[in-house]
Design a protein around this ligand. Structure first.
Ligand code: CTP
Length: 406
């Protein structure tokens, strides 16, 4: 999943021959899951049509301060540049001609694209495109310097054959390269960029015989939401999950599927040493059958007893070997909740514990909400309202960021 998913991208197009490539850029942004709107300089319409761009972006294209309403061509509507600027999470100007860059650098505002630029509060990227000598000209270099000094990000032009027939620097970066430049730039700024987070989720199944197991009602939703929240902050996530129906597609999350507590223990220990943070939200079985029958157990007597033995406590084992890792556990309690959770925080050598009380309505297994209390190793107790598991996961990640000063 691209980091651009659900982002509002405003694409600005200026009058260069490379404008024909902007149509492809719209397609790539849409494919990445972004919402796209296009603003054009009037002259750029000579190079690519608004119809192409509005069809690809699924939004009206704006190139003048005053537009026509759809209902009645005689009615004029005001294209609000401030609204467009505020709507955008990113403003990408591609191609950016020498003329437009010089105007941007000097605060000139004689078309709607420039008005949007002056009112936009979001990050602005610009991809220059022009002929070799124009690119090298001292005034163009001055524009680059000024624009980057204002905080705008330049997507450098490539080298190759130019529309004039000359060969050299000045070709607009290819749409694929523009996309990956922006994705990388956003990822590089995320607070958990470069961090590895290990997460456990879901139940475990402890086999009784080839067809039966001991399990629990955990859906895995909480752990998957935490994995999503962590990867949205740029972390590389290893998600060790017991059997669930949850899915998550992100190129930052690697899902390792396991079945039993023993499998989960082994998989977690493969990754713990190289992790910066570990969050164990799985509902691991505390006991497993001492012997697993190799054949299906036949029904005989009116009662049937299975001998159980303790599973390994994965969280506790990590607390015993942790070095610099920030270790987070969950506690699911029905009574004396705070006391039990604090006890687990200490006995398992944790930095933070997330307490779920099954007495709270809307908390726990099989629901999409949760009501949790965070308890830190410094004994700070942070109570929360009933929230969606998505929000709980975001709150948890923000608290971890605070605690680890990441
Ligand atoms: N946990 C674990 N391995 C186990 C049991 C639990 O890693 N074999 C982890 C859970 O993922 C959770 C935390 O330990 O983060 C606490 O789990 P919980 O079931 O609340 O507590 P237990 O330690 O199992 O104690 P009890 O069931 O007696 O309350």
């Amino acid at each position: 999943m691209s980091i651009l998913k659900d982002k509002n991208i405003l694409l600005g197009i200026t009058a260069g021959i490379a404008a024909y490539k902007s149509a492809n850029l719209v397609r790539l942004f849409i494919k990445a899951g972004a919402n796209v709107k296009v603003v054009m300089t009037p002259a750029s319409k000579e190079f690519v049509t608004p119809l192409t761009l509005s069809t690809l972006s699924k939004n009206p294209v704006c190139s003048t301060f005053v537009g026509e309403s759809d209902a009645n061509k005689d009615d004029e509507v005001w294209n609000n540049h401030v609204d467009l600027g505020l709507w955008a999470d990113l403003f990408v100007i591609a191609p950016a001609t020498a003329n437009t860059m010089a105007k941007m650098a000097n605060g000139v505002c004689d078309n709607i694209l420039l008005a949007v630029y002056l009112s936009a509060k979001c990050p602005v990227y610009f991809a220059p495109a022009m002929d070799l000598d124009m690119y090298k000209h001292a005034s163009t270099k001055k524009s680059f310097e000024k624009l980057t000094s204002y905080g705008n990000k330049m997507i450098p032009a490539g080298t190759g054959e130019l529309a004039s027939g000359l060969v050299g620097e000045g070709r607009m970066a290819e749409p694929e390269d523009i996309l990956s430049f922006i994705e990388k730039d956003i990822l590089d700024q995320l607070p958990l960029q470069g961090k590895r987070i290990l997460i456990t989720a879901g139940p475990t199944h402890e086999a009784i015989d080839p067809v039966r197991f001991i399990g629990n009602h955990s859906s895995g939703k909480m752990g998957f939401e935490i994995a999503k929240a962590a990867s949205n902050l740029g972390a590389e996530v290893i998600l060790v999950s017991g059997p669930t129906h949850q899915t998550l597609i992100s190129n930052l999350v690697t899902v390792k599927s396991v079945v039993s507590a023993e499998d989960m223990y082994n998989e977690v220990h493969k990754h713990f040493k190289t992790s910066d943070i570990a969050i164990l939200s799985a509902a691991v079985a505390d006991y497993k059958p001492t012997v697993v029958a190799t054949h299906k157990i036949k029904k005989k007597d009116s009662t049937f007893t299975i001998e159980l033995e303790k599973t390994k406590d994965i969280l506790k084992s990590l607390g015993e070997i942790k070095k610099n890792q920030f270790l987070v556990g969950f506690a699911l309690e029905t009574d004396n909740e705070l006391e039990h959770a604090k006890g687990k925080l200490k006995s398992k050598n944790l930095d933070l514990i997330v307490l779920n009380s099954l007495q709270d309505k809307g908390a726990g297994f099989g629901v999409s909400t949760n009501k949790v209390t965070f308890i830190t190793s410094a004994n700070d107790i942070i109570e929360n309202e009933l929230k969606s598991k998505t929000e709980v996961a975001q709150d948890l990640m923000h608290l971890i960021l605070k605690q680890t000063h990441a």
